[in-house]
Design a protein around this ligand. Structure first.
Ligand code: RUQ
Ligand code: CUA
Length: 675
């Protein structure tokens, strides 16, 4: 064992001890973190933040929006999980958003955010988010901060390496974490046939440049490794993607040990322009699959879910020069491309250094065929031939790297719980700061683009410990804001977050503020159950379904007295908010509703389904404090026994009871009091 290897080995032992004991090596100077220049994060009352920070929600399945530098929480955007606050995933209109090939899936684990780009810069149109567990990608409209579309990804299990966007938003890449038997294969095989039967898959999701609509353009079949994270090339490396892979051992049990056996795993380099050529040349094969494509229409205020049944698949065996592998030490996690597109930093979770690859050298190595054999038919580029250099002794457990606008890189170190700043040109470590504690992702505004906005850096830590007032067994999540405008990184704020944030992207407020949608125009509302004025409100029965066309305006609901509903009826409250002013939502709830309320924006129609389970009186009311007389914004629904002769009847402002109809008459049409 030579000295270099001895040192590497010693570091690995420390790393392994920390990882195996499931805890991090804490910095010993916890006290020194107190203080910080808080004035730099102060946003005076009435003033705006400089950045919108769009933060993944981890296991809550949502996306949250914070202000930077204040750390103030503005909104939780429901994406992959039902939201009792807004009715998302509970209202009849939004339920289809959460449909999948597995049926209704109202939860997911949301890790990574990608903001749309034009010419390598943020364009402020859409945010994309991954669903990790039941593979999906969502598109959030940044004029409404609402989820517009969700696309399921077939041939995938664990959509972790996702979503990663190209410099003109041509594609979103989504690669599978778990290799599995493909969707059209029999998956009922012994697990120890992994090496024969399990395959990986990388999806290229196209984005319509006008509407933003996503579609799976093609997939690439790959060896059965695990994909972890990715970045698109940019500038000179535009047309390429770089992906970290681990488990090149193809282990199917005790991955902790068996997927860390080899000294090196890989970074995969994909020439997607080449893939496009093969696609055009008809090299892709159609494969039968099943996946849901869910789209929300802003005029009907309704989502539709379509099950699609085919994807186009490229097999690397038919497509030479499309894929290459670059050896990368010890279970790489983040693979990040610098603003120029020349450097690719790969963070081996168990490695003692950070290899930085050079795009120019990778191209030369390919031209020179500087290969070290093949892995499942894919050429493996010689490590040294692709290497720009290694950042030596950066810290322990490197995970993710972000970049500023001055040629510096910042890498999060989970195990040694710090951020290390280093220079891209000569790979010298320039500064290090502790994080509290055990940082996962870090984010610099514009950090993954060709033009980082710089100025701030946010750490998303995995362990909170002593940073906040304790709240029982579970503590809040701990984000930390650093000022990176000077040579030294300076901690300026701790702020708690919800869920478990992984990646986040911040974007200048000026790019989004002026284009916020304020209302939905009532004249553009084409919901089938809209009432465009109180005169259109009504109640109708269709068998055991009762449909209520209801309007909401400060401060009454119309109709507000409803009788003639019978036990067993399904009542659909289609509530249209007639307001045309900014920030005047109305809510709707009825006693016994076992879903949630619905929150209806100005000009919008949303539907709450409610089943009449017993006879009695059921008040309903507006849940959003909308005016001084908000408490008066309420009504009553009378439920009579099945078979009773109370006629269907509705009114507002009159005060006459329902007229009885002969028993058994179900064909009763509704009657409105003449006013
Ligand atoms: S990935 S730290 Cu590093 Cu999903 Cu979360
Ligand atoms: Cu409408 Cu309160």
């Amino acid at each position: 064992m030579n000295f270099y290897y001895f040192k590497t080995y010693a570091v690995l032992i420390v790393v392994s001890v920390c990882l195996l004991s499931m805890q991090s090596c804490k910095p010993k100077t916890a006290q020194s973190a107190a203080g910080g220049d808080a004035s730099k994060s102060f946003v005076a009352p009435g003033k705006y933040d400089e950045f919108y920070n769009i933060v993944s929600g981890g296991f809550n399945g949502q996306v949250a929006v914070y202000g930077i530098p204040s750390g103030r929480l503005f909104r939780i955007i429901p994406v992959f999980s039902q939201s009792a606050e807004s009715g998302y995933g509970f209202s009849e209109e939004t339920k289809p958003m959460l449909n999948t090939s597995h049926g209704f899936v109202p939860w997911d684990d949301q890790h990574h955010i990608a903001l749309s780009q034009t010419k390598g810069e943020h364009d402020g149109r859409w945010a994309f988010a991954n669903g990790n567990n039941t593979p999906r990608i969502a598109r959030i409209d940044l004029t409404t901060f609402r989820t517009s579309e969700i696309l399921e990804i077939p041939n995938s299990a664990g959509n972790h390496a996702s979503p990663f966007i190209t410099e003109n938003s041509e594609y979103i890449l989504a690669a599978t974490r778990f290799s599995i038997p493909l969707d059209d294969q029999n998956g009922d095989v012994p697990i120890n046939t992994y090496k024969q039967n399990f395959k990986g898959s990388i999806s290229f999701v196209s984005i319509n440049p006008t509407s933003g609509e996503m579609n799976i353009a093609f997939q690439i079949r790959t060896p059965g490794v695990n994909f972890d994270l990715s970045r698109a090339g940019k500038g000179k490396s535009h047309g390429w993607f770089f992906l970290s892979c681990y488990n090149s051992e193809k282990a199917n049990t005790l991955l902790e040990v068996n997927a860390s056996a080899k000294d090196k795993d890989f970074v995969m380099a994909i020439n997607w322009k080449k893939a496009e050529e093969y696609l055009k040349a008809g090299k892709a094969k159609k494969q039968a699959v099943k996946y849901a494509h869910n789209v929300y229409d802003e005029n009907t205020h309704t989502a539709t879910s379509t099950i699609k049944t085919e994807v186009l698949v490229l097999d690397p065996a038919d497509c030479p020069d499309m894929l290459y592998l670059i050896p990368c030490p010890k279970s790489p996690h983040g693979t990040d491309v610098d603003p120029t597109g020349e450097y690719i930093a790969a963070s081996g979770k168990l490695a003692a250094s950070i290899p930085v690859f050079s795009f120019t050298k990778i191209q030369k190595a390919i031209a020179d065929k500087a290969f070290d054999g093949e892995y499942d038919g894919i050429p493996v580029i010689k490590y040294e031939a692709a290497l720009h250099g290694e950042v030596v002794k950066p810290g322990l457990g490197p995970l993710h790297t972000e970049f500023d606008e001055k040629g510096n890189a910042y890498t999060s170190m989970f195990v040694s719980s710090e951020i290390v700043k280093w220079r891209l040109s000569d790979l010298q470590v320039l500064d290090r700061v502790p994080t509290y504690y055990s940082i996962g992702h870090l984010s610099i505004p514009g950090g993954p683009t060709a033009k980082p906005h710089g100025k701030y850096m946010i750490a998303y830590n995995k362990i909170t410990k002593d940073r906040y007032l304790p709240t029982g067994p579970e503590l809040t999540q701990s984000a930390q804001l650093f000022d990176i405008s000077g040579e030294k990184m300076k901690l300026i704020l701790d702020f708690p977050t919800t869920g478990e944030p992984h990646y986040a992207e911040a974007i200048p407020a000026s790019l989004l503020m002026s284009k916020q949608r304020k209302i939905y125009k009532i004249e553009e509302n084409t919901h089938p159950y809209v009432s465009k004025g109180e005169g259109q409100s009504k109640v109708e029965r269709k068998g055991n379904q009762v449909h209520v066309w209801m309007t909401a305006i400060r401060s009454h609901l119309t109709p507000d007295n409803i009788e003639g509903v019978k036990v067993g009826d399904e009542v659909y409250f289609h509530v249209t908010n007639l307001e045309q002013d900014w920030d005047v939502p109305h809510g709707f709830a009825i006693k016994g509703a076992n879903t949630a309320e619905i929150l209806v924006m100005p000009g919008e129609t949303q539907t709450l389904k409610w089943v009449a389970e017993k006879a009695g009186m059921f008040p309903f009311y507006c849940t959003d404090f909308c005016s001084a007389l908000h408490q008066e914004m309420s009504g009553y629904l009378r439920v009579s026994p099945a078979g009773s002769n109370v006629a269907l009847h509705f009114s507002t402002g009159t005060n006459k009871p329902s007229v009885s109809t002969p028993v058994g008459s179900l064909a009763d049409t509704s009657k409105k009091e003449s006013e």
